[in-house]
Each structure stands twice: as structure tokens, then as C-alpha cells.
Design a protein around this ligand. Structure first.
Ligand code: AMP
Length: 220
């Protein structure tokens, strides 16, 4: 199997999850979101979930070894199962995580490309405060641009549509600061390896999708 291992990098609220879902439909790539994985562990009240809960609620990064353990096993399983490959959404988020990923991939495998979603902070905050998520299936809505048809009810599964605890404005500010101090160094890290592709994330979802597809198709 030589499925691709793609990384979607960029601050929260830049549309990485939306585009990863579109690439699943368009290219059969499997999205693996570290945030979704942690929210699942928290919901199940697992040992990892209990370790992660306070960090997630405050918009801080969970310790590298916790998230690396969760993600590396998922990555290897899905890379073996998916012919097209995987998209990592939200992982790695620190240089030590990127190093752990490099070291943890099976021999002969490597990161294929990193797509860096670029958007200014004011637009990010505006997008995130109006974001809502189905607590059951994870479908994302936006009360300004894309509300559910019935208020608070998921169009897809009928689940409850709610605001994430970390999507409140004060927590978003912390998440953005965390991004700038801990995750932004990955831009230089991957650029120096010739893997970085910038995506202008302020365009319409369709225009961003076209750009994401263009980059992925250019990888062969
Ligand atoms: P996200 O859904 O990607 O915005 O992630 C939500 C929260 O999960 C983040 O604010 C962090 O608290 C935690 N998280 C997700 N991915 C990571 C990661 N790679 N490293 C550390 N913490 C993470």
C-alpha cells in the first residue's frame, strides 16, 4: 500500500475539518482529527479522556505523549487499510509531535505533503463563535452561514447541535495564542523539508476545495 499521509496545518476555524471531509468524498482519503479523537475519549470517560479534559476545555495542548499515543496507533491502522491514504487534521501540533510522527511511521513511509490553511485572526474568531457541532455525529454547522434546518437539531442524524465548550470567545483567544507559540513553528519545520503548501483559507469552501484538490493531485 502506498497511501498518502497528508497533514492539514493551520489555526482552529480555518476549515481544515470541512476540507478533510470533502477530500474523503472526492479522493477517498480518510480524515483523522486529533480533536475528535480526544472528544471521543472524553465522552467515554476513558483514562486518556480524563487526562485530556481540562486541557481541551481551557484551549491548551494536551501533553505530547498523550496525543502521540492516541494518534500513532490510529495512523498506522488507517494507512494500512486505506488505499488513498489519510489526512491528519490537528496533529502534529508541536515540533516534538512532528518528530514522533516521523519516527513512528512504518519503515518506507513518510509525510507526503503539508497543507497550511492561512486566515487572519479576526475572521477565525468570527467563524468559531458561530460554529455549532452535532454532539452525536460531529457534523459542523455555522449559525450565520449554514444553520441546521431545525434550530438545535442535526439535519443528518437528529442529534443535538451545540457549541463546543472551547468555542467560546475567551477560550478561542487562548487557542490562537497556543497556536502561534507552539504550532506555528511547524510551518518552518515542514517548509525546510520542502513539504509545505499554503492554502488561502478565506475563500469560499468551493474555491478552497479546488485549491486543496489541485495540491493533492500535483503529488501524483
Ligand atoms: P481541535 O478540534 O483540533 O481544535 O482540538 C481541540 C482541542 O484538543 C485542542 O484545543 C487541544 O486542547 C486538544 N488537541 C487536539 N489536537 C491536539 C494535539 N495534536 N496536541 C495537543 N492537544 C491537542
Amino acid at each position: 500500500m502506498d497511501g498518502k499521509c497528508l497533514i492539514f496545518l493551520g489555526p482552529p476555524g480555518t476549515g481544515k475539518g470541512t476540507q478533510a471531509a470533502r477530500m474523503k468524498v472526492a479522493r477517498g482519503l480518510v480524515p483523522l482529527s486529533s480533536g475528535d479523537a480526544l472528544r471521543h475519549e472524553i465522552k467515554c470517560d476513558s483514562p486518556v479522556g480524563r487526562q485530556a479534559e481540562a486541557y481541551v476545555a481551557q484551549g491548551k495542548l494536551v501533553p505530547d505523549e498523550v496525543i502521540t499515543g492516541v494518534m500513532l496507533s490510529a495512523i498506522e491502522t488507517h494507512l494500512q487499510d486505506s488505499e488513498a491514504g489519510i489526512i491528519l487534521d490537528g496533529f502534529p501540533r508541536t515540533v516534538p509531535q512532528a518528530e514522533a510522527l516521523e519516527a513512528g511511521l512504518a519503515p518506507g513511509r513518510q509525510v507526503s505533503a503539508v497543507l497550511d490553511f492561512v486566515l487572519d485572526d479576526a475572521e477565525i474568531v468570527a467563524r468559531i463563535v458561530s460554529r455549532r457541532v452535532c454532539s452525536n455525529c460531529g457534523r459542523t454547522y455555522n449559525v450565520r452561514f449554514f444553520p441546521p434546518k431545525r434550530d438545535g437539531i442535526c439535519d443528518v442524524c437528529g442529534g443535538e447541535v451545540e457549541q463546543r465548550v472551547d468555542d467560546r470567545e475567551d477560550v478561542i483567544r487562548t487557542r490562537l495564542e497556543t497556536y502561534r507559540s507552539e504550532t506555528a513553528p511547524l510551518v518552518a519545520y515542514y517548509r525546510s523539508r520542502g513539504l509545505l503548501h499554503e492554502i488561502a483559507a478565506g475563500e469560499s469552501a468551493a474555491a478552497v476545495e479546488a485549491e486543496v484538490r489541485r495540491v493533492i493531485e500535483s503529488l501524483g
